[in-house]
Design a protein around this ligand. Sequence first.
Ligand SMILES: Nc1ncnc2c1ncn2[C@@H]1O[C@H](COP(=O)(O)OP(=O)(O)O)[C@@H](O)[C@H]1O
Ligand SMILES: [Mg+2]
Length: 323
Amino acid sequence: MDVASCLPVRGDRIHPVGDQAAAGNVEAIPVDRGQFVPDRKRDDEIAMKNRQRTPCRDQAAVLAARECRDGALDLAGVPYVGSGVSGSAIGMDKVVARELCDAQGLPSVRWIAFDAASRTNGALSARHIAAELAFPVFVKPANGGSSVGVTRVMGPSGLAAAIEEAFACDTRIIVEQGVDAAREIECAVLGNERPEPSVLGEIVPSREFYDYAAKYLEDSTELKIPAPLEPELAQTIRAHAVSAFRALGLAGLARVDFLLDPRGGQVYLNEVNTLPGFTSISMFPKLWEASGLSFPRLVTRLVELALARWEESRPLRSSWKPA
Ligand SMILES: Nc1ncnc2c1ncn2[C@@H]1O[C@H](COP(=O)(O)OP(=O)(O)O)[C@@H](O)[C@H]1O
Ligand SMILES: [Mg+2]
């Protein structure tokens, strides 16, 4: 079945399935194609239109809305593409995701997380950061995306502004050891219980790092597929991508991003994106195309995975009465 050709288009009404729908408890939901298949680009377009206001809040709202949508669809018994509520929320949270990945022994740069209380109780200080990490460091909101609120800090004097910027986007922030001139390697993962990694891709931004401008405002970023890497290293990174997918309890799809130190060859897990860009020019479909899965077949596979996950959850007890 070529599912891509039967996806609903804007304004169509799809009919939810499952017990709730069968019982007539749920009404048909109007959808557009962007809602049916995850599309970070589309979400980012919404964020960009609003960026004169508060870009990170708007983006966070779009992504938080997705977690609510997952929950609403779970309650309604409607299958959907991608991770469930917990996987989506954990994947979005750089601190929680990192704790889980670290616990699995996945390689990470040194990092420190701060909450809002740390600003007043003395835990957050430039001296503490400088004692724990070497500059440059990266300061980021715990929840965010598109590099919004992310700053590369070259020395202690730049910390205050970067911390302010990250706290403008979230109530928790993470400060990470920077990898100098890092190579950015990405792996697309597809599956439920048995996730599979794609070939690897490399992002080569023309700016100092892959910031908002490099992602959306300029056209100078180069993609290399497959990433030029020793086969053994590529295999290790692909295995790490699958381990991260499992560690966070993800489903359907994710893009797992790595930083590679060009000097020592050490690789670090940077982040997991449970809603990777999904336009025809995005890395996720391109990596699968290079792995032998065309865009229509990829969409079909995603819908099959969504249906398989939904089928699996159907027999689960959703109510209980004491004997
Ligand atoms: N520890 C780091 N060392 C070097 N570069 C980094 C580091 N963390 C982030 N970056 C750069 O910042 C970009 C955005 O950071 P990332 O954590 O991926 O945030 P986002 O979720 O906003 O994409 C990365 O693609 C990379 O270019
Ligand atoms: Mg990123």
